[in-house]
Design a protein around this ligand. Structure first.
Ligand code: FBP
Ligand code: MN
Length: 643
């Protein structure tokens, strides 16, 4: 081992005792059971449902409460306490409303704090004291530790402990402490969170999800196609930008663009008012609780058309300058017979309905009007100068990737593009071809390049980000084409079909999944693939666990727009020291419902894989690093102190 390295290490561990203590500490930690990993995906802006799943640890919190108090509590009491752990601020207010008498309230405080401490002690039993300390509310660490670690079996200190409780209550600290302890519990039940893509689009609050993740204690993200679309917009891709605005208009979410990220839509609205009128194909999908005026809806309908047409135009030069994208069939504005209002697709002619081609010059359909150009430039400027968006997109870069190898498993959002025979599908980019892992790596390279060069708007990297949203070899899209245009303008639904990559039927096959794991240097006997992106249609009997347990599809199904086709509100996955469990969630109604009626989203657990022996920290990614550190410290001990 390099002596210089050991000298550096010796600066931190400058006595034999320090080295020895650290070795003992790390050895002990690596023999603890592995922490619980929590997998979620396809959140699609549904912050309320997401935060509920996060707060209840996909059912883990309730499970712990039941295990502790089942024998002494009724279901009602369990539900009440569980709601307190999930939403402490709100629940305390409700309790205060019920208990008007001060004595009763103080008794409730005394009891509740003690119960919370029991729960924490139970939930932290597989962690070190120092890990628990980090999770405790800062201002109360000292007294909480006193109460947690009472070791006095002689009862000599009983009055001392009682006094601590009394003082907390009389000094008016109970609310704060209970709230702090509730969050500690939430934090303890999940050690690490994986978000397997698609935080953005369709639902109303992706920004709140991002803020929650930024503050979360331990998280990684596998980018989804929708996330990459937002990254692309921020990185300077005008066509990605047009897409995110179009989707926000379609789902009546323009306030995300305007109010949340502070992007001025006025220029786009002016353009929309000038060229477009009402159009049934472009009315927004309304959120049920929304109370928009007719006039507002009309405005959105116009913006929706304006930005969709800009998008269709902007796609064309990219398709032309990148022949290897193999997308010439998507040069749709070229295939329109404008006088007859018809289009020829795949050799067939279809009539066009609800057209809005006022800004299209049939001789040069891809050409943006000067006004359109200006609008896009202003929008891009605004997007790239939104501080909040910058914060969220930077977080994507810091914690996100195309795929992740973690504790022997492979995580990605969409697919590994395959051909019909199950071979890795090849894509040509300039004069090279890529497939499998190399293809995903090169996609990630381009995304990162585009992100760090936001001023370049039509270079290969920027075009590539859009390709990853919609191209046939994209591992995030996984389909041959995106038929957005057809769904707006053609009645015949046969044109809406988006052919899926063969991956989606081949992934049922164990051999295929084993090959994919091997492609990523993972052990196919132990590893699993964790996949998001496609809603599992439980209604039709689809099983989220495929390929003899090698493939687990956990599209969280949080997206309300898709719940009628899935039949449930989706899946999440837990992986603790005992094994993997899939959790099926019922539709989340509201936080209020949980608080007042004690109803919780029913979570049915299904065992996916059971560890033969309890899995320890030393067998995990983190453990690997610990073992490396131990080995370095042992060398230091030899080199410095044993000679
Ligand atoms: O239902 P919408 O909002 O029109 O979106 C449909 C589009 O979304 C996609 O399904 C991609 O989104 P997902 O990643 O959520 O599947 C496209 O394939 C399709 O064209
Ligand atoms: Mn997706």
């Amino acid at each position: 081992m390099n002596e210089q390295f050991l000298d550096l290490l010796a600066q931190k561990y400058d006595t034999e005792e320090k080295v020895v203590t650290e070795i003992i500490n790390l050895e002990a930690i690596s023999n603890l059971p592995k922490g619980t990993e929590h997998f979620v995906s396809d959140l699609h802006g549904e912050f309320q449902a997401f935060q509920h799943v996060l707060r209840n640890g996909s059912g883990t919190v309730k499970e712990k409460i039941k295990a502790l108090f089942r024998d002494v509590w009724t279901d009602h009491e369990v539900n009440d306490f569980t709601a307190l752990v999930y939403y402490p601020e709100e629940k305390i207010q409700l309790v205060k409303g019920d208990l008007c008498n001060k004595q009763d309230l103080n008794r409730w405080y005394r009891q509740t704090i003690e119960q919370m401490l029991k729960l924490i002690s139970f939930a932290s039993s597989k962690y070190t004291r120092s890990k628990l300390r980090i999770a405790l509310p800062d201002q109360f660490v000292y007294i909480v530790e006193e109460l947690l670690y009472k070791t006095d079996s002689t009862n000599n200190k009983d009055p001392y402990y009682e006094e601590i409780y009394r003082q907390i209550i009389s000094l008016g600290q109970s609310d704060k402490l209970i709230i702090g302890l509730a969050y500690t519990t939430q934090r303890l039940v999940v050690d690490h969170l994986h978000v397997v893509g698609d935080i953005y689009d369709r639902g109303p609050d992706p920004d709140k999800i991002m803020d929650t993740l930024i503050n979360y204690h331990s998280v990684d993200i596998q980018w989804g196609n929708h996330d990459v679309l937002w990254i692309g917009a921020y990185a300077g891709s005008l066509v990605c930008l047009a897409n995110i605005i179009r989707i926000c208009a379609r789902y009546d979410n323009l306030n995300i663009i305007e109010d949340v990220y502070g992007i001025n839509l006025r220029p786009l609205l002016n353009l929309a008012e000038k060229y477009y009128t009402d159009n049934p194909a472009f009315r927004p999908k309304l959120q049920s609780e929304r109370h928009g005026s007719e006039q507002e809806i009309l405005q959105i309908t116009k913006i929706h058309q304006a930005i969709a047409m800009i998008q269709f135009k902007l796609e064309m030069p990219i398709i032309k300058r990148r022949p290897y994208f193999n997308m010439s069939e998507r040069l749709l504005l070229n295939y329109i017979h404008y006088d007859k209002a018809e289009i020829k697709i795949g050799g067939k002619t279809y009539p066009l309905e609800n057209t809005c081609f006022a800004t299209v010059n049939p001789l040069q359909p891809e050409k943006l009007l000067e006004e359109e150009q200006e609008v896009m430039e202003k929008l891009l400027f605004s997007v790239q100068h939104s501080e909040k968006l910058a914060r969220h997109m930077n977080f994507f870069m810091k914690k996100g990737s195309m795929y992740l190898k973690y504790n022997g498993n492979l995580l990605y959002h969409g697919c590994i593009p395959l051909d019909e025979e199950g071979n890795m599908k090849e894509m040509q980019i300039e004069d090279k071809t890529y497939s499998g892992r190399k293809l995903l790596d090169v996609f990630e390279y381009y995304i990162r390049y585009a992100f760090t060069h936001p001023e370049e708007t039509d270079d290969l990297a920027t075009d590539m980000v859009w390709y990853i949203w919609t191209g046939e070899c994209s591992s995030l899209f996984g389909k041959c084409e995106m038929t957005t245009f057809e769904r707006y303008f053609i009645q015949n639904k046969e044109t809406y079909k988006e052919r899926k990559n063969p991956y989606y039927h081949l992934r049922e096959n164990e051999e295929i999944c084993r090959n994919i794991l091997l492609e990523f240097d993972l052990n196919p006997d132990h590893g699993h693939i964790i996949n998001g992106h496609t809603p599992v249609k439980e209604i039709r009997g689809e099983n989220p666990v495929k390929a003899n347990g090698k493939m687990i599809v956990i599209d969280g199904g949080f997206s309300k727009a898709y719940q009628s086709t899935t039949g449930i509100a989706g899946y999440t996955l837990l992986y603790n020291s005992f094994g993997m469990q899939l959790v099926a969630h019922q539709k989340f109604i509201s936080k209020e419902d949980v608080l007042c009626n004690g109803t919780d989203v029913l979570s049915l657990k299904r065992l996916v894989d059971k560890e033969l022996e309890r899995k320890l920290v030393r067998e995990t990614n983190v453990g690997e690093r610990l073992l490396q550190k131990i080995s370095n410290l042992k060398k230091l001990l030899q080199y410095r102190y044993m000679n």
